[in-house]
Design a binder for this molecule. Structure first.
Ligand SMILES: Nc1ncnc2c1ncn2[C@@H]1O[C@H](COP(=O)(O)OP(=O)(O)O)[C@@H](O)[C@H]1O
Ligand SMILES: [Mg+2]
Length: 379
């Protein structure tokens, strides 16, 4: 599961710790597969040899006996057939080969990832000052995935403490904007600054230390609640954890888990609902207490009580921080200081909820189509 969580690990700048953990287990795996392969290299030709020798012996001894008249051809044929029955269970050991092959295929995938180019400059570069106001600017930023131009001269600004909403149809480039800010990719043109410092000059670790990223798919590792939260703050005490859980409206359900903070909530642990996972990832972001928040809001439908709790947790998360939110809930967007509407990688409109509605452009259309209909509290 940690492979799909790479972005979360990076966003929490926990790569070093996770990397050494991963390397240790990969080494164990490699040693085990090598032992298996060596054994197989001996076993497979060895078995063929023994098997063929058996046939040759039966044929030679039996053939000679038959010619001397001590054995009828029918008895020889019986022997021949019994011999193949005898080999049958041994043949089944061949299925071991299948297992080994599939194991190797899985190992190959792991090695592919291990061999993938390590992210450049993740710890080299300038450091951000200890205190940030959180003033973020995108200045004419363009970006292409491979050859595909995705963002075209995007200019936007979040002043300290502001909440900026990004809206637009699927594929407009909203997630890409957040990815560039976290430097999962590098802009091909233009500049992104934080407090006037060009982020391209920064060590990625220093940059990501100051960002809390809540992804669209709330991601939990295969581990306990405690481990999942401590990713954001290694030395967090239980009191810290409970405070964050409480603020994220996650305290009640965590207390109800079989072993509380020590309950495994990963793939092999208890199943949490989408809303519960979301609140845990909000708690994790709260714990990180970073000055800049990136939030890719999930579209998952939850009941209205859960919705209210999540909204409340998000409001707390956005308090006193500069926040970029890709919002789907009208309630989040309405309260934003500024809304940027993206279409095909361009910012086509910007302003507050009411100015954009008055303008009666793309934003107004998006509102009519999705948000307004989905939110009965809006009149
Ligand atoms: N990792 C990627 N590789 C290639 N193309 C991508 C990748 N991620 C997104 N895209 C493409 O870039 C465009 C913008 O995607 P995205 O930023 O995810 O949009 P949004 O979040 O607004 O739905 C889409 O056309 C999408 O197909
Ligand atoms: Mg997206």
């Amino acid at each position: 599961d940690n492979i799909s969580g790479i972005r979360q690990i990076k966003a929490y700048a926990a790569e070093q710790v996770e990397l050494s953990r991963f390397n240790r287990f990969s080494d164990l795996l490699r040693a085990a597969s090598l032992r298996m392969m060596k054994w197989w290299a001996l076993y497979s030709p060895g078995m063929s040899f023994v098997r063929m020798t058996g046939y040759v012996l039966v044929l030679a001894a039996g053939g000679a006996a038959a010619m001397r008249g001590e054995l009828t051809p029918g008895d020889l044929t019986k022997f021949w057939l019994f011999l193949s029955l005898f080999y049958d269970p041994i043949d089944r050991l061949n299925s071991l080969n299948q297992m080994l092959l599939s194991g190797r295929a899985a190992a190959d995938r792991v090695f592919e990832i291990l061999d993938a180019e390590e992210e450049q400059n993740s710890t080299t570069g300038a450091e951000l000052p200890a205190t940030l106001t959180g003033h973020v600017r995108f200045d004419n930023v363009s970006f292409s995935y491979q050859e595909q131009p995705t963002l075209h001269g995007v200019t936007l600004e979040a002043r300290p403490g502001e909440t900026i909403a990004l809206v637009g149809s699927t594929g407009a480039g909203k997630t890409t904007v957040l990815s560039l800010l976290a430097r999962f990719y590098e802009a091909t043109a233009g500049m992104i600054t934080i407090d006037g410092i060009d982020t391209a000059t920064l060590a990625k670790s220093s940059l990501r230390d100051r960002l809390a990223y809540v992804t669209q798919e709330p991601f939990l590792f295969n581990g306990t609640v405690r481990e999942n939260l401590q990713l954001a703050k290694r030395d967090a005490t239980d009191a810290d954890l409970w405070n964050a859980l409480q603020a994220a409206h996650a305290e009640a359900f965590v207390r109800a888990l079989p072993s509380g903070l020590d309950t495994n909530v990963g793939e092999r642990g208890v199943k949490l609902s989408g809303g519960e996972k979301q609140r845990l990832s909000i708690a994790r972001a709260l714990l990180k207490n970073a000055p800049i928040l990136l939030l890719d809001e999930a579209t998952a439908s939850v009941d209205s009580e859960t919705e209210r709790q999540i909204q409340d947790a998000l409001d707390r998360l956005m308090e006193n921080r500069t926040a970029f939110v890709i919002a789907h809930r009208l309630s989040t967007i309405q309260n934003a200081d500024r809304i940027y509407v993206l279409e095909k990688g361009n910012v086509i409109e910007q302003g507050t909820h009411s100015t954009l509605l008055t303008r009666n452009g793309k934003y107004a259309e998006l509102c009519r189509k999705s948000f307004l209909a989905a939110d009965p509290s809006n009149t």
